[in-house]
Design a binder for this molecule. Structure first.
Ligand code: SAM
Length: 327
């Protein structure tokens, strides 16, 4: 009812006439009372607001971006698809009626059941936010080389890497989440090696050409789809210790000419920028603009940083951080 009146601009009497009868057996008096009270007041705030704790943190971390981040939160996110065959990007964008902002990417206005979209049954694509597709893009075509996807489930990046020709070892400590990875990989007709293990204990028998760490994190970058992440109590320092431990472990798992990519779907600099600045055992491999989706640029340090206020003209993007190193 509030959305009808405040967002769609329907007259209050029409909202009451159509909305209240739907609450048969429900709290009609309460709904009527709340509706009337809000309409008597100032309505919705003019601009979207962040929870106080996030507002405080991000005003310090991202003073020039915090307003855009809050505005990005108010826009329903579009549906981003990652294609199994990037060579067919233009074809799938046209078939699905979407736009593409990077090879292998199609963006659709949200709406409708995913399973009923063309291409789902044949496994031509999977759902993956455009920002989340960046870390695997940085590793380029695999050409049969071996990559370790260190925190792999439910497999978005695993599928990208396998589709790009990498021979993937997908490791995660959660057997339940790895079951989903297995189903996802099978649906799109790709094949990977799956390892159930704690990355902090597991030792590879051979070094890898590349390692991708999509580290466990606060997930605050996904706040457009999961606003609850802004209200959770998170033990930030344990997460940061684990992220650092994973970076240390992964640094020792790549060959002499190998690559390491570290990524988090977080807007907290402690999980992204601070972790990357701490890596000294490897040499930085700066990210270049041509590795990123149209409209995004690397940071002066050669890292990738996105937030929900970016690409607003195309429906926004999740908050993500990524950095790359070599030996
Ligand atoms: C951000 S999610 C990974 C998302 C995945 N890369 C994707 O693209 O679909 C982080 C994953 O790290 C896993 N994880 C957390 N701690 C771990 C550990 N010590 N060893 C291995 N996996 C771990 C979690 O089970 C979770 O699946």
């Amino acid at each position: 009812m509030l959305a009808q009146a405040l967002r769609l601009g329907l007259p209050p009497h029409a909202v009451i006439a159509t909305g209240l009868p739907l609450l048969v057996g429900g709290p009609r008096r309460l709904a009527h009372g709340v509706f009337s009270a809000v309409l008597r007041g100032d309505g919705l705030p003019a601009s979207p607001t962040l929870p106080a704790a996030a507002q405080e943190r991000w005003s310090t971390a991202w003073p020039s971006r915090v307003e855009a981040i809050a505005a990005g939160l108010a826009v329903p996110p579009p549906l981003d698809l990652a294609l199994r065959d990037a060579a067919r990007t233009a074809e799938w964008a046209e078939r699905l009626g979407g736009i593409s902002l990077a090879p292998g990417h199609v963006r659709l206005a949200r709406g409708g059941a995913i399973e009923s979209l063309e291409g789902f049954a044949e496994g031509a694509w999977w759902v993956q936010d455009l920002a989340a597709s960046v870390p695997a893009r940085l590793l380029g075509p695999g050409e049969g080389r071996r990559v370790l996807d260190l925190c792999a489930a439910p497999g978005g990046k695993t599928m990208q890497l396998a589709a790009a020709g990498w021979q993937v070892t997908a490791l995660d400590k959660s057997a339940r989440r790895l079951e989903r990875l297995h189903e996802n990989v099978a649906r799109v007709g790709l094949s990977v090696d799956i390892v159930t293990a704690d990355a902090m204990q597991w030792r590879p028998s051979e070094l890898f050409d590349a390692v991708l760490i999509d580290a466990p994190c606060s997930a605050t970058g996904t706040c457009r789809r999961h606003p609850d992440v802004l209200h959770r109590l998170i033990d930030q320092s344990s997460l940061e210790d684990l992220q650092r431990g994973l970076l240390e472990r992964a640094s020792g798992a790549i060959r002499a000419d190998g690559r390491l990519v570290y990524a988090v779907c977080s807007l907290e600099p402690g999980e992204g920028e601070a972790q990357a600045a701490w890596v000294k055992a490897l040499g930085p491999v700066p990210i270049t603009a041509d590795q990123l989706p149209a409209g995004l640029a690397p940071t002066p340090e050669g890292w990738f940083r996105s937030d929900p206020g970016m690409l607003a003209e195309h429906g926004g993007i999740d908050g993500f951080f990524a950095a790359m190193w070599g030996k």
